[in-house]
Design a protein around this ligand. Structure first.
Ligand code: ADP
Ligand code: ASP
Ligand code: MG
Length: 418
């Protein structure tokens, strides 16, 4: 007997028929003698609809009320799945974040989990009942609802698995694992049997939305055995009940992977914007004056490029921010104009970041040069480049995103054999 957490994303619970299908997956694990906790997302499209309503009601919204509205999507699915399980003879009940309790910090709309008391959940499982948990939501120190940021039910799933010392956390979604790139963009993408935590962290933070970044961090820190698998496979398909090697992708330590490729995957993020500060004073403290206020406003700055100054007194600085934060970032820079002292602030939308990821890069030279050559052959202009030990990120015009992803996928030998 094992204790497992099964997390189902929005497309897996999109309507009542799919919720019934999820119930059959859960029943399979219960019938195999396992203790099961389930974490559910809102039905597909619901969270977007709730956010749109919040904005219509008050564009300058109170983040605490946003959380109260937006968390409701998961409440609905947790109740519906508990009902669907009861309908097929499985004892089940729903759990909301505050009932567990799943505690977070007070950073509304993007809260971090601080503590999960697993006592009541474990007692529920031990009496043979399935706990159906509303993902994405928690409770702040002053007892207000919080949500964990888009895609946050993945993090709920892994965190609950860690808190209950579960043997496994299965993340069920609309694809049957983690692929070498988004299979919606590149049909030749291959499913990976295993991917290292570090690589999955890079893939997720560089745009692959299959897992929320924080869920991967938690899985890595707490050593949660996490599989990404499909809820669209038939619940009784061969191998679905294999406890050690279920069909899907295992996120694991690097030394559990036998055949390491140089490049494991390609990720991309559209909706990048660029800000350029021209003719800045080239003096100590200028970077702190620019990036300090942006960090305080929780704006994620990436790809910072500073030119060598021609005359030792003036320089240019360029960096990227998510498009949604562009106007806010420019406003903040304008407000701090006195300490920033740049002559011109320019901004541009419509960019994309394409990244090549693989821990094999640590020990191989020439990986970046291959990417640059391949993109040049397709006449794709590179606007900025950043690298780390295991990734290269390239900024391009977003109109070329698909072409760049497919080109890099092919040049690193990731295409599946046709
Ligand atoms: P859920 O609703 O189950 O949380 P998401 O839509 O958040 O599902 O994530 C699944 C989607 O992630 C897939 O449909 C796929 O298009 C996308 N995706 C992006 N990159 C990858 C990748 N490398 N491997 C698998 N899926 C990916
Ligand atoms: N429903 C939330 C979202 O759409 C959380 C999740 O699905 O993981 O972002
Ligand atoms: Mg998701």
């Amino acid at each position: 007997m094992a204790r497992i957490v099964m997390k189902f994303g929005g497309s897996s619970v999109a309507d009542i028929e799919r919720i019934r299908n999820v119930a059959r997956h859960v029943k399979r694990e219960v019938d195999a003698g396992n203790q099961v906790a389930v974490v559910v997302s809102a039905m597909a499209g619901t969270t977007n609809q709730l956010i749109a309503w919040v904005r219509q009601a008050n564009d300058n919204y109170d983040p605490r009320e946003y959380d109260s509205v937006v968390a409701s999507g998961e409440q609905v699915t947790s109740g519906l799945l508990a009902l669907a399980l009861q309908a097929i003879g499985v004892d089940a009940r729903s759990w909301l974040g505050w009932q567990i309790p799943l505690r977070t910090d007070g950073n509304h709309n993007s809260a971090r989990i601080t503590d999960i008391d697993g006592t009541d959940l474990i007692a529920c499982l031990e009496k043979g009942q399935v706990a159906v948990i509303a993902g994405f939501q928690g409770i702040a120190p002053e007892n207000r609802m919080t949500t964990l940021g888009r895609g946050g039910s993945d993090t709920s799933g892994v965190a609950v698995a860690a808190a209950m010392s579960a043997d496994r956390c299965d993340i069920y979604t609309d694809v049957d694992g983690v692929y070498t790139t988004d299979p919606r963009i590149e049909p030749k993408a291959r499913r990976l049997n295993r991917i290292a935590f570090e690589e999955m962290l890079e893939m997720a933070s560089l745009g692959a939305k299959v897992l929320q970044v924080r869920s991967v961090e938690l899985a890595m820190v707490h050593k949660v055995r996490t599989f990404v698998r499909s809820s669209f496979n038939a619940p009784d398909a061969p191998g679905m009940d294999d406890p050690l090697n279920p069909p899907g992708t295992l996120i694991c330590d690097e030394d559990e992977i036998m055949e390491q490729q140089v490049v494991t995957g390609i990720a991309f993020a559209r909706d990048e914007a660029q800000i350029s500060l021209r003719r800045l004073d080239d003096k100590p403290g200028i970077s702190a004056a620019i990036f300090g206020p942006l960090a305080e406003a929780s704006i994620n700055v990436d790809m910072i490029v500073q030119n060598i100054s021609e005359d030792g007194s003036k320089t240019d600085m360029t960096f990227t921010v998510p498009t949604v934060d562009l106007d806010k970032a420019v406003r903040i820079l304008e407000k701090n104009r006195r300490s920033i002292t740049s002559e011109v602030i320019q901004s541009e939308k419509g960019l994309a970041k394409v990244s090549v990821i693989g821990i094999g890069m640590r020990s191989h030279a020439g990986v970046a040069a291959t990417a640059f050559r391949a993109l040049a052959e397709k006449s794709i202009n590179i606007r900025a480049i950043t690298t780390s030990e295991i990734k290269i990120s390239i900024l391009i015009d977003s109109a070329y995103t698909e072409l760049a992803v497919r080109t890099l996928h092919t040049v690193y030998g990731l295409d599946k054999a046709s």
